[in-house]
Design a protein around this ligand. Structure first.
Ligand code: ATP
Length: 490
């Protein structure tokens, strides 16, 4: 072979090897970042989907790459139409856009995203989107903000973070009216309050309402989510530290000190370790706190409101909450019933959230169909009011500008799936007749869905793509249903 040609080939091979190495390095880096990254090419196919995206969506990139956005995501419309296709057309990036998104599993996620065009030889050939998931960060940000505020606003009269009044609490059932009246009555006292209720029933709303109606309303409202913060960090956050207490420790007042003349709200107290509960009990009994590493007792004057999503008696029995701490925290106890035990509240709450979304999204929905209300009333709402709020927001995303009534077809597809998959209704003792109806309805619907899918698969010789097409659902969704319904595709 000509020597020149030989050297040229060797050079090209080396260059190729270097490019491969560089490509692999970049992919490893993209897979290691904590942001979710994906890339769509000029014909709207997803060509890159990093590990963080897989984790966030619970999807496998094998099932994503080469597909169109609308075939794989739960809420594809906004992104494919308003982001990727628009950028492919206009070349204008979208930077730091807040966005909330219902993942394929139905969980609501708050995001900040940026999307950019990618130019190659003067042509836009792709759009890359980078998401930051704000959910994990929000508790830490809230605490950091509280600390920051303390330093810059020492002397001001403020309602730090406590936006809600007891008047803002929506509910027409006698159960809710009774609790709101009780909350108004006890707000003026100084005793600790324990709020008991399942997740999303409005415990923090009540805590804020009580604070704003109390003698402590001029002071700050300091919420602490005990479940979101690791134990060692929680201890130093609550009680404060002095320089030298441990490596890197600085003189910092704890949240108890920061809540001076105000209210500290200890949410999910049942997640706090037993040893930290003992330290908390001491602080409450002594009405004073000692920063970590210090010998000085600092007197405290703040109202303590705590909350648990577990029955406190059960929690004491199971040694999740110390009995001595329970008696100290539960001088006054408010029990907020789950939404399934106050179904008459569903419609008023739904209307309230529609009004809120109208303002936020610039929509004009002024009514809700009876069919949709019936549907809502049949559902058990394991996530309570928060879940209803998320559903309404999800549905409002499918509303067109001309729509005036919120209807069943506006609901995201996963609502039907949740209704089908809701089996765990046995514990709801107060609504037994409804529960029995629901279970019958659910099992009938599940059976029907299962047999339709099985026969479609059989007719299409187990071909997933064809069956999904016939059923009018995405392949992703069909895979999900096969797993959920225990169907084996032979
Ligand atoms: N009665 C109500 N009226 C209006 N909004 C409500 C009501 N109850 C709950 N919400 C809304 O539902 C959402 C969840 O409420 P909140 O955070 O107070 O629940 P929680 O019981 O503290 O939940 P978690 O146990 O998960 O911390 C909030 O957006 C709140 O504004």
């Amino acid at each position: 072979m000509d020597k020149k040609v030989y050297f040229k080939i060797e050079e090209l091979q080396k260059e190729n090897e270097n490019l491969k190495k560089e490509n692999e390095l970049l992919r490893t880096v993209i897979d290691s970042v904590h942001e979710s990254v994906y890339v769509v090419n000029e014909i709207d196919e997803i060509i890159l989907y990093n590990t963080e995206s897989e984790k966030m969506e619970g999807l496998d990139r094998k099932d994503i790459l080469g597909k169109k956005e609308e075939d794989v995501f739960a809420q594809p419309y906004y992104f494919s139409e308003e982001v990727t296709k628009k950028i492919l057309k206009t070349g204008k990036p979208l930077i730091e856009q807040p966005y909330w998104y219902n993942l394929n599993c139905g969980r609501k996620t708050n995001m900040i995203f940026s999307a950019y065009p990618f130019y190659y030889k003067g042509q836009i050939i792709a759009v890359y989107v980078i998401f930051r998931n704000m959910n994990q960060m929000s508790d830490f940000i809230a605490i950091t903000l509280e600390m920051h505020k303390k330093f810059i606003k020492q002397e001001t009269n403020h309602h730090d973070g406590a936006m809600f009044l007891l008047d803002d609490i929506i509910g027409i059932t006698s159960k809710m009216k009774k609790i709101t009246t009780e909350a108004r009555r006890i707000a003026f006292r100084k005793s600790p309050v324990l709020i008991v209720g399942e997740t999303g029933t409005g415990k923090e709303l009540f805590a804020q309402g009580i604070h704003n109606a109390s003698l402590y309303s001029k002071g700050p409202f300091i919420p602490v989510n005990c479940a979101a913060i690791p134990d060692t960090l929680l201890e130093s956050l609550l009680f404060g530290t002095v320089k030298g207490a441990f490596t890197g420790a600085i003189d910092t007042p704890g949240l108890f000190e920061q809540a001076e003349d105000g209210t500290i709200f200890l949410d999910e107290i049942n997640s706090m370790s037993f040893s930290l509960q003992a330290k908390l009990l001491r602080v409450l009994q002594d009405k004073s706190v000692r920063r970590l590493g210090s010998k000085v007792q600092i007197p405290l004057n703040c109202r303590v409101i705590s909350a648990t999503n577990m029955d406190p008696i059960e929690a004491v029995k199971k040694q999740v909450i110390r009995s001595d701490l329970y008696f100290r925290l539960a001088t006054i106890t408010l029990n907020i019933p789950p939404l399934r035990e106050r179904k008459e509240d569903i419609e008023v709450l739904a209307r309230h959230f529609i009004r809120k979304c109208n303002t936020e999204f610039g929509l004009f929905i002024n009514d809700i169909s009876e069919e949709l209300i019936n549907f809502f009333e049949r559902y058990d709402w394991p996530g309570n009011v928060r879940e209803l709020e998320n559903f309404i927001e999800g549905a409002m995303n499918f509303v067109l500008n001309k729509d005036k009534i919120l209807k069943l077809h506006h609901l995201p597809e996963y609502f039907g799936e949740r209704l089908f998959l809701l089996k765990d209704t046995q514990n709801h003792k107060d609504s037994q007749s409804t529960v029995i109806d629901n279970r019958t309805l659910q099992s009938a619907l599940l059976e029907t869905e299962k047999s339709i899918i099985e026969s479609t698969l059989m007719r299409n010789k187990g071909n997933i793509s064809r069956s999904a097409q016939v059923l009018g659902i995405s392949r992703q969704n069909l895979h999900y249903k096969l797993k959920a319904l225990g169907i084996t595709n032979k």
